[in-house]
Design a protein around this ligand. Structure first.
Ligand SMILES: [Zn+2]
Length: 484
């Protein structure tokens, strides 16, 4: 009896004197409903709605992201195993003509991340995406505190920022996160972890929590807002938090488990088609480039997607005309899928030619830290050489003439430029008209830009799709206007 009392007293004293980093976790656990209550939780199901931001697709580099409305949001987590699946329907608000809602089913089971298509087919996702999903499971107060309470977790660097107490957590599995709790309520305010993005480099992912509710003795947030760097990518309002409900089977589907792990970008396939003398279409996958031959140098149009694609395109260009240096790359607009190879192009010494609105964006892109995945530019640092287009820029010598024109008034982006070859009557542009795409919402605007500048176009050699006569664009523009 006396021993038991003494032990109880000692425990009380001990917890009152917990190291500050442990105290932050203890405070948060108590505010959430107590350690035992947290550890007893088997599953969590969140349902609700909200918005997603379309990362890398804003109209200007400094603009807010275009928004998807999210409905039928359901995130199910098997807490002890960390298996999780997010199902939601996203409807773009940034396209005209009633765009179709997109059903998403995104899962993670241990080191296997997977997507399930509308037809039920499961595909494995890359290790990088899988890692992000595993960390995302911990972007919730319940799962993070549970992981932080694991004796194998490490807590460090307790500190105060304004009305927040912060602590760094390394989980038993080696994931690094920073938890910030409200100094008054002790409830978790946000969690931050680092991720890697081809364009943004080392980037913080932060989820903020708000609007807590009591669910059977547990305080759970009803508002979860996620930012990637400075961009808000998800803002979810939870209408229903269910603890220990039936999450169904969250194991990775067999098709995903049977697929080998994906550790790098997809391999590049670069095909060559001579469009006219001195102009080659370097295609083969979703994003094409063009090689242009001047009398004493070569110019590339577009460094898309990632360094794997862009370095393969550059190698092909040099193989086609080894006697002339490749010196410049024209960028059609700043969207991430069209600028993902830009750092690789800079690492190869190319001067970037882009819309004047993009200048600060490319300065920043070239200055980003890429330590999590050292890319071509991190391995071979170079200064940015930049040339900007303000309205029109003509590149001309005895052999070749290319006119670069801004595309004005496009709802797709305010940073678009198109390349026009006056002698060959060929026009190159990205995203304002893609011949093989299901819809052409920006076709009329492109046609207007062509007419306003009196460009005598015979053929389009687009970044997406295939080479078509101008008439295809005219028909697409008419079809869109008759739909309105
Ligand atoms: Zn775009």
């Amino acid at each position: 009896m006396r021993t038991a009392m003494w032990l109880a007293l000692a425990a009380t004293t001990l917890s009152a004197c917990a190291r500050p980093e442990v105290q932050i976790i203890n405070d948060a656990a108590a505010a959430l409903g107590g350690k035992d209550r947290i550890q007893a939780v088997k599953t969590l199901i969140m349902e609700g709605e909200g918005t997603n931001g379309n990362l890398g697709q804003n109209v200007r580099p400094d603009a807010e992201l275009p928004i998807y409305n999210v409905t039928s949001f359901r995130r199910a987590i098997d807490v002890p195993t960390g298996r999780a699946r997010l199902e939601q329907v996203r409807t773009p608000t940034f396209l005209t003509g009633n765009p179709a809602p997109q059903r998403q089913s995104l899962g993670v089971d241990g080191d296997i991340g997977y997507d399930v298509g509308a037809d039920g087919t499961a595909t494995r996702v890359s290790n990088r995406v899988t890692n992000d999903r595993r960390t995302e499971v911990l972007h919730h107060p319940l799962t993070l505190l549970r992981a932080a309470m694991d004796p194998a977790a490490t807590l460090a660097n307790p500190r105060t920022e304004g009305n927040l107490n912060l602590v760094d957590i390394t989980t038993a599995a080696g994931q690094n996160l920073t938890l910030a709790i409200d100094a008054t309520t002790k409830l978790p305010a946000r969690v931050t972890s680092m991720s890697y993005n081809t364009n943004l480099g080392d980037v913080a992912i932060e989820t903020s929590f708000g609007d807590y509710q009591d669910v059977n003795g547990l305080m759970l947030p009803r508002r979860l807002t996620t930012k990637v760097g400075r961009y808000t990518t998800a803002d979810i309002r939870v209408s229903s938090n269910v603890v220990d409900g039936d999450v169904g089977d969250l194991a990775a589907p067999e098709a995903a488990r049977a697929t080998a792990e994906i550790t790098s970008d997809p391999p590049a396939n670069v095909t060559v088609e001579e469009v006219a003398k001195g102009i080659w279409y370097l295609a083969g996958q979703s994003h094409h480039s063009l090689l242009v031959e001047f009398s004493d140098h070569l110019l590339l149009i577009e460094a898309p997607q990632n360094e794997t694609r862009t370095l393969a395109v550059i190698a092909k260009a040099r193989e086609l005309r080894p006697e002339k240096p490749l010196t410049h790359v024209v960028n059609t607009h700043h969207h991430f899928d069209h600028s993902g190879g830009m750092r690789a192009a800079v690492s190869e010494g190319l001067t970037v030619i882009t819309h004047k609105l993009n200048a600060p964006f490319y300065q920043e892109l070239v200055g980003q830290k890429h330590t999590i995945v050292p890319d071509a530019l991190a391995r071979n640092p170079k200064e940015l050489k930049l040339q900007t287009v303000d309205g029109e820029l003509v590149l001309k010598d005895s052999m070749m003439t290319v006119e670069l024109h801004t595309i004005d008034g496009s709802p797709h982006a305010e940073t678009l430029i198109m390349a026009y070859f006056p002698r060959e009557r060929i026009l190159v542009q990205a995203d304002t008209y893609s011949p093989t795409a299901a819809a052409a919402p920006f076709a009329a605007n492109l046609l207007e830009n062509i007419r306003k500048r009196n460009l005598r176009v015979d053929r389009l050699a687009p970044i997406h799709g295939r080479i078509v006569p101008l008439n295809e664009l005219v028909k697409a523009a008419q079809a869109m206007s008759s739909n309105e």
